[in-house]
Write a protein that binds this ligand. Structure first.
Ligand SMILES: [Zn+2]
Ligand SMILES: [Zn+2]
Length: 449
């Protein structure tokens, strides 16, 4: 069994020219791939060269569900800068990757050869260096698949990895490849390459277009851990979940990668199941890009829409302190109430018109500036006493003498209004504390009522 480490110099890796043969073989005789891939590993002696210095050095693992319409393209960015791309949508995903600051892919995974997962992959291979490529070894008859295979064959330096159970390091995160149903025993969706991503206590499971058969297989194989994040299988189809799978995984957050489609995705039954088992469900068709920022302690924050790209383009705005959404530790209790920033004023409108939980945008926090200068607040956090936090996107500015409003619910931020993206009220009507932290985690201002 090979355990290639994506960024560990000295680890063995399959020989490039042999891996090229593996690609050619996949076209004609997919069945032999398992044997080939297994025999390749012991031959390997080539150390993986050290990478260029990581472009970021914070402690956040980023899982970004790119808004590629109906399809999947999930970008993983390790704290040390390594990248993996799981599927590449149907169309051209390269501009989105560039927006995210991605210039190379360490590990490219095709979950299964359907066009809404591999359509954009040839473009990725033609546009940036890719080090490792993984698929399930199952060929397909489409022109899209043939194009992908040609692009791979033209790049012998890419090392092929078959999706057999193994663990791959992605910086300080790891990817466990889950066992697949036997080749030929089921359809493409039910042999989707599936991975469990781990970063400390943060766990995520991504499994392409898995349907009931594959999800049941994972539960029976006891490979489904308690999850922080679940990528809804098969675009929120009602065959993309089972109750036993969800009850085993107990995800805190579910993300559905879905666009306009004729299948009725996401299905009401799936939405209800996710609502019943997870804290929140996000959808790329409603929220645009969805980025889940995971931390070692299991805490996570969600950034969405235009905020995802702007956070990527503003390196300094990257958080150095974990945002506390999803964490248990209360922060506001430790807040010193003295020495506030006298140039900022904060107020909370906690009582929304009507039922607060049905009108989360009816409650909001207003931050006013009496400062004569603009203040860059990208990377700052606004938290309630129970540690529900909002992370201001990179590039956010509180203008001199101006003010911003942070609503609890969802909406498009416009530089004046921001949205915490929550479905339920956050600010207690009978008393709470709003604390504003700067990028370093220092308290700028705390307001109790
Ligand atoms: Zn699909
Ligand atoms: Zn599919």
């Amino acid at each position: 069994m090979s355990h290639p480490a994506i960024d560990s110099p000295g680890q063995p890796t399959p020989h490039p020219t042999r891996s090229r043969r593996a690609f050619a073989t996949a076209a004609i005789l997919a069945v032999s791939l398992t044997a080939l891939a297994t025999t390749l590993a012991p031959l390997a002696t080539t150390p993986v060269p050290a990478q260029t210095p990581p472009p970021q050095s914070d402690s956040t693992l980023r899982v970004t569900f790119l808004d590629v319409g109906q399809g999947d393209a999930v970008l993983l960015q390790a704290p040390e800068g390594q990248t993996a791309l799981i599927d590449a949508g149907r169309g051209d995903v390269v501009p989105l990757l560039r927006e995210m600051g991605v210039t190379r892919i360490d590990l490219l995974i095709a979950t299964h050869p359907h066009a809404d997962h591999i359509g954009g992959m040839t473009g990725v291979l033609e546009s940036m260096p890719v080090r490792f490529y993984m698929d399930n070894g199952d060929p397909h008859t489409t022109a899209t698949y043939s194009r992908l295979l040609s692009a791979l064959e033209a790049r012998p330096a890419i090392t092929y990895l078959e999706a057999t159970p193994r663990t791959i390091s992605l910086g300080s995160a790891s990817l466990e490849v889950l066992p697949l149903l036997p080749r030929g025993s089921t359809d493409h969706n039910n042999r989707s390459v599936a991975v469990v991503l781990r970063f400390g206590d943060f766990t995520a499971l991504l499994s392409g277009d898995s349907e009931v058969q594959q999800l049941t297989h994972f539960v029976n194989q006891q490979v489904v851990p308690k999850l922080t994040l679940l990528k809804a299988a098969h675009h929120g189809s009602d065959n993309g979940f089972t109750w036993s799978f969800l009850q085993t995984a107990r995800p805190e957050v579910v993300v559905i990668s879905v666009g306009r489609n004729g299948y009725g995705h996401p299905r009401p039954a799936a939405l209800e199941a996710y609502a019943a088992t997870a804290g929140e469900t996000l959808r790329t068709d409603l929220h645009g890009h969805v980025q889940v920022q995971g931390h070692r302690d299991g805490a996570y924050a969600v950034v969405r829409g235009a905020q995802v790209a702007s956070a990527a383009s503003s390196g300094r705005a990257r958080i150095t302190q974990p945002p506390i959404i999803g964490a248990e530790t209360p922060v506001a209790d430790a807040t010193p109430m003295s020495a506030p920033n006298t140039k900022l004023r904060l107020s909370v409108t906690a009582d929304a018109p009507g039922n607060d939980h049905q009108n989360p945008n009816g409650e909001y926090v207003t931050i006013e500036s009496m400062d004569a200068r603009d203040i860059a607040i990208g990377g700052w956090r606004l938290c309630d006493r129970a540690s529900h936090c909002f992370l201001f996107p990179g590039g956010a500015v509180l203008e001199a003498g101006g003010r911003i409003v942070v609503h609890t619910g969802t909406g498009q931020p416009d530089g004046f209004r921001y949205y915490m993206g929550r479905r339920q009220a956050v600010w207690n009507n009978d008393g709470d504390t709003a604390t504003l932290f700067d990028r370093s985690g220092a308290i700028v201002l705390a307001f109790s009522y």
